[in-house]
Design a binder for this molecule. Structure first.
Ligand SMILES: *Cc1c(COP(=O)(O)O)cnc(C)c1O
Length: 390
């Protein structure tokens, strides 16, 4: 008989599996469900990126094992991208690693940077992988509450001393999932100072760094002087270029930390298929028109949805980045009750905030990554079918 090790038993079921099961059940009953639950872009991967993939697929040389750290062409493209966008210099040989999607890198980075029993500080509410991958590395997750009154940034001064002492690693994520909050360079400076004082590594998950609205551009933590001594930033092509299924991302920053990550990865995987890495080069070094266009679409959807929520008395900040709306649950409901109400009354799936951690209670997340007509149908249903009695 198979007995699960505690490490695996500790892992709560992946949230979206549960929601998908509920959705499938309702679909089987013939309910017309609109899923604003999951964050997977509906927009197509831009054609110039697909064309490069097809071109590279014709070359047998690309069918061999790629190098462990990713091909040099991709690492150079990431360096060029950081130079152009952030004026940050990176050495493609030692300060950049290709990843099989940033989730892979984030999960392995925990194993690469802590010993069993060490603690990891993570944002709550936050992307669930930080916590689950900490369990898998036999680490102890500590929540840093992200509170509205602090702009959904962690307050380093309120973290208990024992937790600070035990922690070897801290996760940050801006623009944030699920909160859609952003951080400025002054905050990153504060985070770097805190981590240096307390001998921690910072892992900044920058999956939505390029998904921003209007004049706002998101900074890189590596723009902070000295950040490279303790920080690694995780980038992803998934959201920016609608490439979730391609599985390609990168980690940049502190070279000792990346060296450790490459030891873990070198014994677990053998990097991504070369044609995909080369198509990622095209994505990063080409004109970024497609990114502007997609961000514009997300912004229009976001404004439509915010207006609908306001009409039924639900408030939310206007996001500057990410494709999520993080809104308050109306009085009289908890987040699960409210998500169930929205599903039952409007046939719309939203994610209850508590799914992202205990401090997510009181909120729900709407994803804007569904086709615009479906989103407007959801808006219509929310306005006409949901009544909130205060
Ligand atoms: C989607 C997402 C990721 C994972 O992206 P991949 O590169 O596709 O693995 C990482 N972090 C956050 C916060 C995300 O929302």
């Amino acid at each position: 008989m198979f007995i699960k090790p505690k490490r695996v038993k500790n892992v709560p079921p992946y949230l979206f599996d549960e929601i998908n099961k509920k959705k499938q059940y309702l679909l089987d009953q013939g309910v017309n469900i609109i899923d604003l639950g999951i964050g997977c872009p509906d927009l197509p991967t831009p054609q110039h990126i697909v064309d490069r993939l097809i071109e590279e697929m014709k070359d047998q040389k690309n069918f061999k094992y790629p190098g462990y750290s990713g091909c040099l062409e991709l690492r150079k493209a990431v360096a060029q991208f950081y130079k152009n966008r952030f004026n940050v210099d990176l050495d493609p040989e030692t300060e950049i690693l290709a990843l099989i999607g940033s989730k892979e890198g984030i999960a392995h980075f925990i194993t690469a940077s802590i010993d069993p029993g060490d603690a990891v500080l993570l944002p709550d509410p936050g992307y669930p992988i930080y916590r689950t991958a900490t369990y898998l590395a036999n680490g102890i997750p500590y929540s840093m509450p992200l509170l509205k009154e602090n702009g959904f940034l962690p307050d380093f001064t309120s973290i208990p001393v024992q937790e600070v002492e035990k922690a070897k690693l801290m996760f940050l994520n801006y623009p944030g999932n699920p909160t859609a909050a952003v951080a400025d360079l002054a905050f990153f400076q504060e985070a770097v100072d805190f981590a240096q004082r307390n001998h921690m590594v910072i892992a900044h998950d920058a999956a939505y760094q390029m998904v921003t609205f209007n004049e706002y551009t998101a900074p890189s933590i590596l723009q902070v002087e000295g950040a490279k001594e303790i920080a690694v930033e995780f980038g992803s092509l998934s959201k920016t270029y609608s490439m979730t299924g391609w599985r390609i991302g990168y980690a940049v920053g502190n070279k000792e930390a990346l060296q450790s990550l490459s030891v873990v990865k070198g014994n677990m995987d053998t990097s991504q298929f070369l044609p995909i890495q080369k198509a990622a080069v095209t994505a990063l070094v080409s004109e970024q028109h497609c990114v502007k266009e997609y961000n514009h679409i997300y912004r229009e959807r976001m404004e439509g949805m915010l207006a609908a929520l306001r009409e039924i008395g639900i408030e939310s900040d206007t996001p500057k980045g990410s494709f999520f709306i993080w809104a308050s649950v109306p009085k009289g409901y908890n987040s699960s009750e409210f998500a169930t109400k929205v599903l039952e009354e409007a046939g719309v799936i939203v994610t209850p905030g508590v799914a992202f951690g205990e401090y997510g209670e009181g909120y729900f997340r709407i994803s804007l990554s569904v086709p615009t007509e479906r989103l407007y149908e959801a808006i219509h249903r929310i306005k006409t079918k949901i009544t909130i009695t205060v």
